[in-house]
Design a protein around this ligand. Structure first.
Ligand SMILES: [Zn+2]
Ligand SMILES: [Zn+2]
Length: 144
């Protein structure tokens, strides 16, 4: 599964003329392998296992690149990041975050988005960006 996504990311980068360097690939790989959101600090720790010379800017530059390509998303409330589940072009999303196992589910609801923009229009407000993060318990954690 991870390899399919990495190959897909590679193909998208080739088509976009973007450089999918070994470090960028490794960071995405780590994120795909990781369940839930992961912080830049934890990514650096993991990266150092294979590349002891990795420094914070290495990770931040890779994260910026992956955000730009829409391969990952920022999880504002956790100050962390998740790998995207579809890699399509710039898309709006909502996140369901499990407070117990820290799993993060990405969903795409056109309806939620429309409500935000409709409300903004009614309040004469221009939305530049928006984040919807809901907290609770995932299916598995409710069973435990
Ligand atoms: Zn996504
Ligand atoms: Zn959970």
């Amino acid at each position: 599964m991870t390899n399919i996504l990495l190959n897909r990311a590679q193909a998208l980068c080739d088509a976009r003329g973007a450089r999918f360097t070994a470090t960028r690939r490794k960071v995405l790989d780590l994120m795909l392998e990781h369940a839930g959101a992961i912080s830049a600090y934890d990514l650096l720790d993991n990266l150092r296992a294979t590349d002891p010379s990795a420094k914070p800017p290495t990770v931040y530059r890779a994260l910026d690149f992956l955000l730009e390509q829409h391969f990952i998303h920022r999880v504002e409330s956790q100050n962390a990041f998740i790998a995207c589940n579809d890699f399509s072009d710039d898309h709006q999303l909502q996140l369901y975050i499990c407070e117990k196992c820290h799993d993060v589910q990405e969903v795409h609801s056109q309806q939620i988005l429309q409500s935000i923009y409709d409300q903004a229009r009614m309040n004469d407000f221009e939305v530049k960006s928006q984040t919807v993060e809901a907290f609770g318990l995932c299916h598995q954690c409710r069973l435990d």
